[in-house]
Design a binder for this molecule. Structure first.
Ligand code: SF4
Ligand code: ZN
Length: 302
């Protein structure tokens, strides 16, 4: 039974991790309360700031966008059209329909016009596709949010994403990356503030929120996702979670509470410069996108 607010109703979902059972309505309220708590705890943004959410059409970003709008925040969407056959165009249609339902704007960056599509880039750049894609998305998300005057950029990274990245960074002792793994990256040096309000919500909790709120999202996986190492880490961590409910949340929360402050004290901040070609912030003379652009130019001239 759902016993929220002293009213007994037949529950629609059991959450053993939190030892509660909830009906649809109270699940949605509980879910949004948890997001609001994360926003406040990490001082992500306030009610009067302009927020841009990066959307792929998937359940996580849609659950977050819907929740933030319901919580009273001003949030527009940003879709980076990666030009991936069969999926990007469908995702775009779903995003436009959802933005209409929410009554919010969507900005679209066409990678084909800005640089080249992901299928073209992966033929030229000798790096894993997801690594190229991540670099490209980070560049255009930051540039678009800043140029359009948004105070903050939010993404739908969920607990499962964060835990698998954390696990990968620990396995490889990537200290620099561990330091950057925090729900908020403050603005400055040409970077906008970046936040992850879903960092403590699991993929499954986001899926349930979409289901209970009749949110239609894009379900087809990216054709390149099979190559992502994080998926393999995720499978291992899912096994751990099935044996010990709540372990992922403990692992991540304890990292933020106990380990991250130590890393913050001890590791020096890297100097941020600007790209000598495009002027965007970067850590060497030339940014990754200008490096990619040079490679593209060379490949076209062969
Ligand atoms: Fe990009 Fe990889 Fe995600 Fe596909 S799975 S959208 S290639 S990061
Ligand atoms: Zn550049």
């Amino acid at each position: 039974m759902c016993k929220s607010q002293g009213i007994k109703r037949v529950s629609d979902i059991d959450l053993p991790k939190y030892r509660i059972s909830l009906c649809k309505e109270h699940y949605s309220e509980w879910y949004r309360r948890r997001i609001q708590k994360t926003i406040k705890k990490y001082k992500m943004f306030s009610e009067d700031e302009k927020i841009l959410i990066a959307v792929s059409g998937g359940k996580d970003c849609f659950a977050l966008w819907h929740s933030l709008v319901k919580l009273g925040y001003e949030v527009d969407g940003l879709f980076i059209n990666l030009g991936i056959e069969k999926t990007s165009e469908k995702a775009r249609d779903i995003i436009l329909a959802f933005a209409k339902r929410l009554g919010r704007d969507v900005h679209i960056v066409e990678l084909k016009e800005e640089l080249a599509t992901i299928p073209s880039l992966r033929k030229i750049i000798r790096k894993p596709t997801c690594s190229i894609c991540g670099t490209v998305k980070r560049y255009y998300m930051n540039k678009t949010a800043r140029d359009l005057g948004y105070d903050v950029l939010t993404t739908g990274h969920n607990l499962d994403d964060e835990v698998s990245v954390l696990f990968g960074n620990i396995i490889n002792w990537n200290i620099e990356f561990l330091k950057k793994q925090y729900p908020v990256l403050r603005e400055g040096d040409g970077f906008v503030r970046k936040v992850k309000p879903l960092c403590k919500m699991s993929e499954e909790e986001n899926r349930i929120y979409c289901e209970f709120n009749e949110i239609i999202y894009f379900k087809e996986p990216c054709p390149y996702s099979k190559q992502a190492t994080s998926l393999k880490y995720n499978a291992l961590l899912d096994q751990l979670e099935s044996e010990f409910a709540g372990k992922k949340l403990d692992f991540y929360s304890n990292f933020l509470k106990k380990m991250h402050p130590l890393l913050n004290q001890r590791i020096q901040k890297k100097e941020v410069g600007s790209c000598e070609i495009c002027g965007e912030p970067c850590f060497s003379n030339k940014c990754s996108i200008c490096y990619i652009r040079e490679k593209l130019d060379k490949s076209y001239s062969v």
